[in-house]
Design a protein around this ligand. Structure first.
Ligand SMILES: N[C@@H](CCC(=O)N[C@@H](CSS)C(=O)NCC(=O)O)C(=O)O
Length: 301
């Protein structure tokens, strides 16, 4: 396990360890009562703005969709910080202009363009974003063996303003998959939110038949790193092919069609998915290993 503050100091050099531990929460926090938080309308709103009191207002959250690959990109920002620092999780090259335009309209400062893993079905937008906004740093797991500015490991924290994402290693769909989880603490959004990439899809999960995939490992990853989160944790997948947008730990523990089974049954299900290979796999994987930008670009070779 990596010391929790190791990468927070590494990724945000201006933030001291002490400041990271004792990130101040606003004195004008007005907590929502527990009973109010149980009302369905408030739960529905949590998909767009998570947390209680000041922490809820600090987090700006958008779920964005790329329809050709059915990929979700997530935008999170700390709008309680004067600079409004933001992160993008799993941007797609085709929708980079849409995402950067939104970031500009909202007055955010994009700090990190992050991937949950080396995608096989689309080209990541992280390299293109870096060419358009040179200050932005790309982030991916060290275990992915891909190129990026920052390599994260299990237990690392990625700060944007006073908010942070905790890194949980969730291999199985690919060897280098991670899940990003909003911070645990009174000054962090509640309920927590987990960005699962392709480890966990709503009522399903990522396939395990290439890129170092392993159904055994995926089962362990989801059960140990995602299903152990608080049951009200909001789960945001990397894709959805059925029209779902968000789930919770409680829902998936009860209803996930694959991961509610015992491990041997799960492995049999995964061995018999019989899915066609992603159409773009031969282009996407080599491109994503170098942040989506090939050097020199394919057209000039
Ligand atoms: N048809 C799509 C690829 C669909 C696919 O294989 N999706 C992956 C995630 S992207 S590698 C997956 O894990 N699916 C699990 C499932 O149960 O569908 C294309 O050709 O791009």
């Amino acid at each position: 396990m990596v010391p929790l503050l190791r990468s927070c100091r590494r990724l945000i050099p201006h933030l001291s360890a002490a400041a990271a531990v004792a990130a101040p929460s606003s004195s004008c926090a007005r907590p929502i009562s527990r009973s109010l938080r149980l009302l369905p309308v408030v739960l529905a709103m949590a998909a767009y703005s998570s947390g209680s009191g000041a922490e809820r207002r600090r987090l700006l959250f958008r779920q964005l969709f790329e329809k050709e690959s059915s990929t979700y990109t997530y935008l999170l920002a700390d709008v309680g910080d004067p600079e409004k620092p933001a992160v993008l999780i799993d941007p797609v090259d085709r929708t980079v202009d849409r995402d950067l335009n939104l970031i500009k309209e909202l007055g955010l400062k994009l700090v990190y363009a992050m991937n949950t893993h080396v995608h096989a079905d689309h080209v990541t937008g992280t390299g293109l974003i870096k060419t358009k906004l040179p200050g932005v740093k790309s982030v991916i797991a060290k275990s992915s063996k891909a190129k990026a500015d920052h390599f994260i490991e299990h237990g690392d924290k990625i700060y944007f303003g006073n908010l942070f994402l905790e890194v949980r290693s969730t291999p199985g769909h690919t060897a280098g998959c991670v899940t990003y989880v909003t911070g645990d603490g009174d000054d962090q959004p509640s309920p927590r939110m987990a960005f699962t990439g392709d480890a966990l899809l709503i009522r399903a999960c990522g396939r395990t038949d290439f890129q170092g995939g392993s159904s055994d490992e995926l089962y362990e990853s989801v059960h140990s790193q995602i299903f152990t989160l608080p049951k009200d944790t909001l789960l945001y997948p990397g894709h959805d092919y059925k029209g779902f947008t968000v789930s919770t730990v409680e829902e998936e523990v009860a209803y996930n069609a694959r991961l509610t089974k015992d491990k041997e049954t799960f492995k049999t299900i995964m061995d018999n998915l019989n899915l066609a290979y992603p159409k773009m796999i031969d282009v996407a994987v080599p491109a994503n290993l170098v942040c989506g930008i090939q050097d020199p670009p394919p057209s000039s070779v």
